[in-house]
Design a protein around this ligand. Structure first.
Ligand code: SOE
Length: 382
């Protein structure tokens, strides 16, 4: 293969997601045969000292403290937004206007309105774009998508999905500021609906097609918390738990739930799908297994099987170790990065695009609205 072309990356944000993305940019060309090689040109974050040590750790060539300076640089091809949700729209729009490719951490906007503006910005500039809904690239989930596309399930009756965590149960946990902005709705947009259910929804739209309508309820269990930025005890305005019923365009019915109050569950993302001929079930705590039931199997031997997704004919796995050896969470970002770079070299879009991210935001907006109105809410066709 010809020598890969450099693709100069500027990342905004050095938190948890800044790390997952940086690692993906470094590892993707080491494990996948790609026409582009990401070059970590600049990391941008407000604290210069910490940005500098982040740059040293990950091998960034330079540091910026103002994202506007980063976007203005002529040596940057791609802006990757890994900063809190309230920064996504402004940075993405400016980056697109400057002709940069734009990648953005999920959820795309705090609201569908913000996400729509981001779609408008990248589409009118004609720049490649993608949202980091990383769990689509868990090999078991990619395999499930292949099985559905091969129509092994027949008519789909049910879809079920949860994302359960337990890290905000303590009353003493403050809200807001670095590390805890997910508890501040002015920064995050919402609580678990935008943070966790967004993953369930993106996955569901991809696997099972568009949704038609939702009926939701949300709950905020702890009503007041100290705010890290003001030092004052303030009302909590995020949803701590969110659940909804939904109808899909394919006629299936569904149940979704996310919470940060399920004691004992850390990142229990589950997916189950029941069709006329087959069913499948998966959970993130055991991410390399897909449980599969095929009703067409011979009766005496029919049953649920647990497929260990580590063989070289499983999605992405031939690029890793030898059969039987597992990969994990960080690899989902590496796969997504590799898919983006492959799509770029083939001059096509890499999903989920910003338009796909908007489709998820339409659903999260409808979920929050339904919880307020106590009515079924239709999902806009996007
Ligand atoms: C929240 O705890 C969180 O980190 C989400 O923000 C991520 O998107 C999810 O993948 C894991 O949980």
């Amino acid at each position: 293969m010809a020598k890969a072309r450099d693709l100069n990356i500027g990342v905004v944000g050095y938190g948890f997601m800044g790390r997952t993305h940086s690692n993906a940019f470094l590892q993707a060309p080491r494990f996948f045969d790609l026409a582009y090689r990401p070059v970590l040109k600049a990391i941008c974050a407000r604290n210069p000292g910490r940005a500098k040590s982040f740059a040293e750790n990950w091998g960034y060539e330079s540091v910026e403290v103002d994202w506007r300076e980063l976007v203005a640089r002529s040596d940057i091809d791609l802006i990757d937004i890994a900063s809190p949700n309230d920064t996504h729209e402004e940075i993405a729009a400016a980056a697109a206007r400057a002709g940069k490719m734009v990648l953005c951490e999920k959820p795309l906007g705090r609201t569908a309105q913000e996400a729509a503006e981001m779609v408008q910005a990248v589409e009118s500039a004609g720049v490649p774009n993608m949202v980091w809904y990383n769990y689509r690239r868990v090999p078991a989930m990619t395999l499930l998508k292949q099985l559905l596309d091969e129509n092994r399930f027949g008519r789909i009756f049910h879809y079920r999905s949860q994302f359960l965590q337990d890290w905000t149960i303590s009353q003493d946990l403050p809200q807001g500021g670095e590390g805890l902005w997910r508890l501040d709705s002015s920064v995050a947009g919402s609580g678990v609906t935008g943070d966790l259910l967004a993953h369930n929804i993106d996955m569901a739209l991809w696997l099972n097609g568009p949704m038609v309508e939702v009926s939701a309820m949300t709950e905020t269990f702890i009503k007041e918390r100290k705010h890290n930025l003001t030092g004052q005890v303030e009302p909590v305005t995020i949803d701590d738990a969110s659940a909804f019923l939904c109808r899909f365009a394919n006629g299936s019915t569904a149940l979704f739930e996310a919470t940060r109050y399920a004691r004992g569950h850390k990142a229990h993302f589950t997916v189950e799908i029941n069709g006329e001929r087959a069913s499948a079930a998966w959970d993130l705590h055991d991410l390399h297994r897909l449980d599969y039931f095929d009703h067409r199997d011979e009766g005496r031997l029919r049953g649920w099987k647990s497929i260990h997704i580590t063989d070289s004919d499983h999605p992405y796995m031939k690029n890793w170790w030898v059969p039987g050896l597992q990969i994990g969470y960080e690899h989902t970002f590496i796969h997504q990065c590799a898919d983006f770079l492959l799509a770029l070299s083939e001059n096509r879009a890499a999903a989920p695009t910003f338009r796909d991210g908007l489709a998820t935001d339409y659903v999260t907006d409808a979920v929050l609205k339904s919880a307020r109105t106590r009515q079924w809410e239709k999902i806009p066709v996007g």
